[in-house]
Design a protein around this ligand. Sequence first.
Ligand SMILES: Cc1cc2nc3c(=O)[nH]c(=O)nc-3n(C[C@H](O)[C@H](O)[C@H](O)COP(=O)(O)OP(=O)(O)OC[C@H]3O[C@@H](n4cnc5c(N)ncnc54)[C@H](O)[C@@H]3O)c2cc1C
Length: 592
Amino acid sequence: MAPGFYSSETPSLMPLAAVGSVIPRADTYDYIVVGGGSAGSIIASRLSENSSVSVLVIEGGPSHEGEVDLTIPYVYPRTFRSRFDWNYTTVPQPNLGNRPGIYLRGHVLGGSSSINGMTLNRAPASDWDKIASYTGDRSFRWDAILPYIKKNEGFNRPPNTPEYANTYDPGVHGFNADKIGNTLVTDGNWISQPSLQAATEVGINYVRDVNGGLPVGISWQQFSTKDGSRSSAATAYLNAGILSSRSNLKVLLNTFVTRLLPVSGTDLKFTTVEYKDASGNTVTVSARREVILSAGVMSTPIILMRSGLGPRAHLQANNITTILDIPAVGQNLQDRCGAAAVWSVNATDTDDDIDRNPAVFNRWLNQWNQNHTGRLTQMSYRQMIFGRVPNNASIFSGGFQDPSSGPTCPHYELYPANKWTSPTTPQPATGNFVSMNIFVSASNVRGTVTLDPTNPLTGNPVIDPKYLSSEWDRYVMRDAIRTSARYFNAPAWKKWNATPVFDTAILNSDSALDTWISSSAFGGVHGIGTARMGPANSPAGQDVVAPNFKVKGVSGLRIADTSVFPFVINGHTMGAVYAIAEKVSDLIKSGN
Ligand SMILES: Cc1cc2nc3c(=O)[nH]c(=O)nc-3n(C[C@H](O)[C@H](O)[C@H](O)COP(=O)(O)OP(=O)(O)OC[C@H]3O[C@@H](n4cnc5c(N)ncnc54)[C@H](O)[C@@H]3O)c2cc1C
């Protein structure tokens, strides 16, 4: 185990009580961060920059250090359903052919940033402006958030060659080499030329930088990698070097937090954390100042509910005493539903053989092992397209209001991949393919996360994202699929003989498309909203946290992770949660 880490077997200073009893730890900390994930790692690291402040992180999973599957970017899907994943499943989804979906969540230091696909977005400017408008707090506006985004980022400039001219805007990036790497794809792969040309041919505009706040159009992908390896909240903020140099920062690994407890005799001051140690003992530890709950969009609402903070009727049904009735806990789950459509091509330099031929994979692995270069340093995507349903689309007739954050906000996302990516149909044994990964982003569906009635205290969350349950979401999905088909039908792809491997007749009928979608779509793992932020003065229980991230109606407790976003993020969520982690750290440090 790396210096600075310790596991839950570390003896507490109190004599051990019998298994099953509650053991209060004698040591206390100024701050306790529950969940050492994407947000939690940053917050713990920032707070402990002040050596007179003590910080404890309690993380359910193991360390990320030395784990090759968490390090080599291309192999990230190996972490799915592994010990680095919480192994959650959604309830059967009626619009996905009643299939339950896997719901991936990082179970490791760094959380989901240690297992995710590394696409680094930070949401369009209009999303941040909408959050500012909803909360009544102008410090969430895009121009006020940008400094936090830059603070967190170590942008790697691409080579200074004509090919990469105009592929990014240095004005919107941070260049802090010790923070989270952000690398533009620069491998000169064949797919970039037709990808960019086809966009021009079908009228998709070129965007210089996907992270400049106006992402609608086609742009170059940016990935959270550094020197050919994953860069995560853990590698940048809770690495062994930082942990060994800070005696005021402790990380308790492999430790499951069950709930939070109010300090008796106080006005709902929730500064005690209860967890299970490795022997099954129930242990409590207290913060002198605050607990920061950063257990993510699924666990944060579940920990709140177990603590008696949630919708009264649901808590009652699970035999949990309600301490504060907060109807919004576990509600407002928003996510992006995805699908992948595939075309065969006559190009031979696709990534298909890396996935099906161990000899080809091992060649690239040897190269990565030698100098961290080559195909395994990134994923199979080079460009990404953010699109909108046309203003004159039939869905908008009859007064339907666009649920997105405005005319510069995407409704959907497409990214062409240099291989077969459909997770619902197996990759053929031969052939070369390109795929379009398609995600509805500006969803108006809201799902739920609730307690497992058979095991409310330690069971997995019951997750119901209600994918594609609105006509709007289904309309956007169909529109995005038809746009993808027009794109691969553009002249630029003729040279590569791009040929759909699905029956294009489905494109002519909404019901046929819906049938295809129901058997092909999958969940997007970009959930938000289950402990949402609202205005400081919103009616009790409508929102969970105030704009300063404090849980309304109690003291000593903040929430900082993707659960607080009040609206779906129209892009990938990691960059957005990094920004709020920096923001909440500053708020706490400045005593706000
Ligand atoms: C497979 C996958 C691919 C993705 N791809 C991308 C992508 O390419 N780009 C992008 O921007 N976003 C991506 N995302 C989404 C993004 O990674 C997440 O939205 C974001 O990282 C979530 O951050 P968080 O801080 O809210 O939660 P997390 O990072 O999940 O952190 C929560 C932490 O709390 C810990 N925890 C939970 N419950 C307990 C408990 N009871 N006790 C103790 N500890 C607990 C967890 O182990 C975890 O470390 C992806 C996600 C996944 C899973």
